[in-house]
Design a protein around this ligand. Structure first.
Ligand code: N7H
Length: 509
């Protein structure tokens, strides 16, 4: 299929046989996502392991939302919408995960060896390596509860929006579940994510949740021209990239071919997944003031500058397909808004190399001869993908008190799933978003090597950052420009690494 001269490369690879997924075993947030207008995250410490296991087995596990129930609910929600209902169905979704310390408390240390090294070390130990803000001792500067207390697990409760002045149904359910555990747990922290009134848009204003990988055996194929895609542009990956016990992605082979199953150090991990949680504050007034000031200085439009930093317009339209002006119909059309690749944009004329979506998912961008000496550049990229299931938090900007400076905290409860935190989430953050020279060996219009710079949204340097070519040289031109970003727009304020076990593992813990 060809869209505006941007041709996906895998259209002619024959369809592979789909694996069968044990949908009743896999927690529902991992691949499908819980239906959520609000989501409560309860971070807890286990005080009485014996009682905790009993309540988990007898009172909670049967209520965990599985992949099969999340899929059935999606159909229900669609049918309900088709009937013309404006309100959302009052569905409550429940999932649960554990840190390495939590698993050791429940299972004993011998059953928790050989897991992902970053998971075992814990999120705090990785903060400095990710260039998160840290103190003089290398400890992350987080919300006090996260920085000072042991967290053993997280309970996720998702539900419909609250009525004005009432507690949300997810809040009420989360409190009821915590009460079931009684003195077996202590709540360390409680966070609430809330979708914004501008539905689907995160706090900077951009449509989010457009591009997640498709999963063979789950994602329906709706692109008649490419059997290796879900919606056009959504490459189908092997489930082992996200859940243990299935073929995964081999970085050295074409991504359409099944790779080996990810290493399973313990049988109880089958059908489970690692979850990365990051509470990311967004400095929204500062971001928009920056766009206004820099656009004026560069002689361009703030909306175009923002689109070049993200790689998409606020509507979701990708700059690869709409390089100079927004196209809201394109942004809203799932059949078109993800159907593009990067390798034909040789000199970042359409999309800067440093744009958030080009950094975090470079698609076929590493194909240029010689780049990194990779055996299969696309296979390599697809082995470093994540399944994002986050939700915004915090109030809308108060125009009266927050014109240029943040007063109230807001941002993204970033959540992603994978079978290797080292090779997936951390690789994207460290080796791509934070690395000024990624993607390597790129040229600028008129020749000359490029340092793409930092991902302007999440790239971290512990100091000033830069992005190359905020001004488009499209369709022609060779104007050189650099964007200086002295302050970050996104600041991590808490994080945790969890494992989401299968239903059988939860019942037999
Ligand atoms: Fe990002 N943003 O609003 O600017 N992200 N992100 N992200 N992100 C994406 O394609 C954003 C964060 C990825 O497949 C979109 O769904 C913000 C982290 C990946 O083409 C927008 C924050 C990491 C993709 C944003 C944030 C990623 C992606 C376009 C923090 C991982 C898919 C909508 C506050 C390390 C790329 C879409 C693809 C897309 C924004 C965080 C990764 C608008 C504000 C921490 C892989």
């Amino acid at each position: 299929m060809s869209v505006a001269g941007i041709t996906p490369s895998n259209a002619n690879v024959p369809k592979q046989k789909d694996p069968h997924l044990r949908e009743c075993e896999i927690q529902g947030d991992i691949i499908v996502g819980l239906q959520k207008d609000e989501e409560v995250f309860v971070f807890f410490k286990i005080l009485d392991a014996r009682k905790f296991r009993k309540v988990l087995r007898e009172r909670l596990t049967d209520r965990i939302t599985t992949t099969s129930s999340a899929l059935a609910r999606e159909l229900q929600v669609k049918a309900y919408k088709r009937e013309g209902h404006r309100h959302r169905l009052p569905l409550i979704g429940i999932n649960i995960g554990f840190t390495h310390a939590g698993l050791e408390t429940l299972l004993g240390a011998a059953k928790c060896t050989g897991m992902d090294p970053s998971f075992m070390a814990g999120a705090a130990a990785q903060a400095a390596a990710l260039s998160d803000p840290v103190d003089a001792n290398g400890n992350p500067v987080w919300k006090p509860a996260f920085a000072s207390d042991t967290i053993h697990g997280v309970l996720l409760v998702a539900g419909p929006a609250r009525e004005v002045g009432q507690p949300g149904p997810a809040e009420t359910e989360a409190s009821a579940i915590v009460a079931l555990f009684g003195n077996a747990v202590a709540v360390v922290d409680r966070e609430t994510g809330i979708t914004r009134p501008q539905r689907g848009h995160e706090h900077f204003g951009f449509l989010d949740g457009i591009s997640n990988p498709g999963v063979r055996g789950i994602t329906p194929r709706t692109n008649p021209e490419n059997p290796n895609q879900g919606v056009p542009g959504q490459d189908l990956l092997w489930p082992g990239a996200f859940v243990f016990g299935y073929p995964g992605q081999d970085p050295d082979k074409p991504f359409e071919e099944p790779g080996p199953e990810p290493h399973l150090p313990h049988p109880w991990m089958r059908d489970g997944s690692y979850m990365v949680f990051r509470r990311l504050n967004q400095r929204v007034p500062e971001f928009h003031a920056f766009l206004d000031a820099q656009a004026a200085a560069l002689g361009t439009d703030p909306a175009l500058l923002g689109a070049r930093m993200v790689g998409r317009w606020q509507s979701g339209a990708p700059v690869m397909l709409a390089p100079l002006q927004d196209d809201p119909l394109l942004g809203a059309d799932p059949a078109r808004n993800n159907a593009f690749e990067f390798s034909q944009d040789k000199a970042q004329r359409r999309c800067p190399y440093g744009a958030h979506i080009r950094k975090t998912y470079p698609r076929d961008d590493l194909k240029d001869p010689g780049t990194l000496g990779l055996k299969d550049p696309e296979g390599f990229v697809q082995a470093h993908r994540i399944m994002r299931q986050g939700i915004p938090f915090g109030p809308e900007v108060d125009e009266a008190t927050e014109e240029t400076t943040t007063v109230q905290e807001r941002g993204l409860m970033f959540v992603c799933y994978q079978t290797s935190i080292v090779e997936q989430f951390e690789f994207i953050q460290k080796d791509w978003s934070n690395a000024p020279s990624f993607p390597p060996a790129k040229m600028r219009p008129g020749g000359g090597a490029v340092t793409p710079g930092h991902d302007p949204i999440i790239g971290q340097a512990g100091g000033p950052r830069q992005m190359d070519e905020p001004l488009p040289n499209y369709p022609t031109g060779s104007v050189r420009s650099t964007l200086d970003m002295p302050e970050p727009f996104v600041v991590p304020t808490a994080a945790g690494y969890f494992f989401m076990p299968s239903l059988t593992a939860l019942k037999t813990m």
